[in-house]
Design a protein around this ligand. Structure first.
Ligand code: ARG
Length: 602
């Protein structure tokens, strides 16, 4: 809640003096924030600041801070709804890029606000949907070393929290709120003490059901909705008289899932409410950010400046070839709204040049160096929750015929508009070479008859390549004179003049498929040779058996009778894998946290 200005000013003035001789100021029970946190912002009341200036109080910005928030992009700030209800855009300003509230009242770190967007479902009685967005009219500059944009937790990341219930301090709350309580004047009652410097405190995740139980037995049975998240510290340090918690003035600020790189720690919560501060029997309650990603995307969707979540997906079909070949880079829109206007940075070997395919409209690329291709995409929007394979044409000047390389690709929305940049980079494997195919053929059945005899030949194709699939694979040959192709038994085979073609299609690495050629001839036709040959769309590695010849001896008596129904045209045998692999990196929270050597709760 915004502080009652008069009371707050009195309190704050006093607290300032007190802070000076208070050994360790706290969020309650916290410590000075790590200098690495740069995505925190403070909400400042302009009128309170002016009042402090007019009355020549120290630190007018400190006097006027009333809530926290996080910077999401150059123009969007995330905060709590209860921080800004009743506020006009012109009433407030946002301090960006400073951990201390000790900035000049006219500091360029104080940015003006264009509009305030409170969640339409916000209910002040239940604190449900306690979330709001603030659009800046003076843009923040996330490229400054003092500024960073927050990463938001996704539903999946949030679920991983449940696996961290037994761990200590997996989350961090930050803010400029109450650090402790002290007897500030003659009044024996304890008064809140605020802080000039950003504080942080490590907290434990509490499941919603446990939290509900604690609220039922120790508070007023507030409903802990799914869109809320609880955190506390059941085991505060000995010196922390008032426990460890977020507190008044921290509202709107973040609760991060703390990982290795501070500014990449996903924000899971927005400080919302609690009961007193620091009582671990009544956890602090935060708005659960992952439940509001849709609303955030929607609300920021003004003039195409919406926040989005783009990642590098996995190729539906692997990239492969020799020399010049098509290459796809899958851009996955993991958010719910469509996205265009993004850029790609592709790192590759010096041998490879990448240019947009002719069919790809809206993609334009440059090569700042021989190992980097940068592209801007302004083509048709990529729908939410879908993957768009951007079509390139690759040229390998070394025409490698074996091996592979990994492209490192990063997708970026301009102005830091991606709310989950943790997975913006991914790998796209490229395999060099052509499949090694082997064909064998033999007759497998024969139907003698008075007017004509039918014989069927099974051609078996094996792809012995470790990685390269064969695309558009066909078996062809010339029909010897006097023979007719049996249409019904060979539906995958067509005849043009005397050239027959049987379609086998895609043949994955290690896979084997068969094609059946059925022919008829007059009963007295002499034995003849049928030549079969394999071909495909993506080239063939030299192999001893790209063709086979099979003797058709219509007088043979050792062959079984052909089945009456048309024989299957191709028969999927053998498993075989496409040999793909690679793909996008996904953040394993547990892995990250494990790296940090988390302590088990005692
Ligand atoms: N509602 C408070 C504010 O406006 C935040 C309270 C957080 N309380 C707690 N015990 N965690 O600043």
């Amino acid at each position: 809640m915004i502080r009652n200005t008069a009371l707050a000013l009195a309190t704050l003035l006093a607290s300032q003096t007190l802070l000076a001789n208070n050994a360790s100021p706290r969020i309650v029970g916290g410590k000075d924030a790590d200098a690495g946190w740069k995505n925190l912002v403070a909400l400042i009341s302009k009128s309170a600041k002016e009042y402090a200036v007019n009355n020549e109080f120290d630190n007018p910005v400190f006097q006027a801070q009333f809530c926290g928030g996080t910077l999401l992009s150059e123009e969007w700030v995330l905060t709590a709804a209860h921080c800004v209800t009743g506020e006009q855009s012109s009433d407030i300003e946002i301090m960006v890029g400073s951990q201390t509230l000790n900035v000049a009242p006219s500091s360029d770190k104080l940015l003006d606000v264009q509009s305030i967007h409170i969640h339409p479902g916000y209910n002040s009685a239940t604190d449900r949907n306690d979330i709001a967005l603030i659009r800046l009219s003076e843009l923040a500059d996330p490229s400054l070393s003092s500024v960073s944009t927050a990463v938001l937790a996704l539903p999946g990341t949030d679920q991983e929290l449940e696996a961290l219930l037994d761990y200590d301090d997996v989350m961090t709350a930050l803010g400029w709120g109450v650090v402790t309580y002290d007897q500030l004047d003659e009044d024996p009652a304890l008064e809140p003490v605020f802080t000039l410097d950003l504080q942080e405190v490590g907290l434990d995740y509490v499941s919603n059901s446990t939290c509900q139980g604690l609220y039922d037995s120790n508070a007023n049975s507030e409903t802990i909705y799914d869109s809320m998240l609880c955190a506390n510290e059941p085991d505060p340090d000995a010196g922390d008289t008032f426990g460890e918690d977020s507190c008044q003035g921290d509202s709107g600020g973040p609760l991060f899932i703390t990982a290795a790189t501070l500014n990449d720690s996903p924000q899971a919560g927005i400080t919302s409410f609690g009961y007193d501060c620091g009582d671990f029997n009544v956890p602090g309650v935060y708005s659960r950010v992952s439940k509001f990603l849709g609303w955030i995307e929607q609300t920021t969707n003004i003039n195409g400046i919406a926040l989005r979540n783009l990642t590098i997906g996995e190729n539906a079909l692997q990239n492969q070839g020799v020399g010049s070949f098509p290459l796809n880079i899958p851009v996955k829109n993991a958010g719910s709204n469509s996205a265009t206007d993004f850029s790609l940075a592709i790192q590759h070997s010096w041998n490879l040049t990448l240019t947009p395919a002719d069919s790809e409209t809206g993609l334009s690329c440059t090569s700042p160096s021989s190992t980097l291709t940068e592209c801007d995409y302004t083509g048709p929007a990529v729908a939410g929750n879908s993957t768009r394979e951007l079509a390139f044409s690759a040229n390998d000047i070394s025409a490698r015929s074996t091996g592979s390389e990994i492209l490192n690709v990063t997708v970026t929305l301009d102005k830091y508009r991606d709310y989950h940049r943790l997975d913006d980079s991914g790998t796209v494997p490229v395999y060099f070479g052509m499949p090694t195919l082997n064909i064998t053929a033999e007759p497998f059945c024969l139907n003698p008859g008075n007017s004509s005899v039918q014989m069927r030949v099974e051609a078996t194709l094996a792809n012995s390549s470790a990685q390269i699939y064969s695309e558009g694979t066909i078996v062809t040959g010339t029909l010897p004179e006097g023979l007719t192709l049996v249409g019904r038994a060979s539906p995958s085979c067509t005849l043009e003049d005397d050239l027959f073609t049987c379609t086998v299609g895609q043949l994955n690495a290690g896979e084997e498929k068969t094609a059946i050629v059925a022919v008829t001839a007059a009963p007295d036709t002499p034995a003849t040779l049928l030549e079969v040959e394999v071909d495909n769309d993506n080239g063939l590695a030299p192999s001893p058996n790209l063709s086979a010849s099979v003797e058709l001896d219509f007088s043979r008596e050792d062959l079984p009778t052909c089945p009456a129904i048309p024989a299957p045209v191709s028969n999927l045998t053998g498993g075989g894998s496409s040999g793909g692999g690679g793909g996008s990196t996904s953040l394993s929270l547990l892995g990250l946290l494990a790296l940090l050597g988390l302590r088990r709760k005692r």
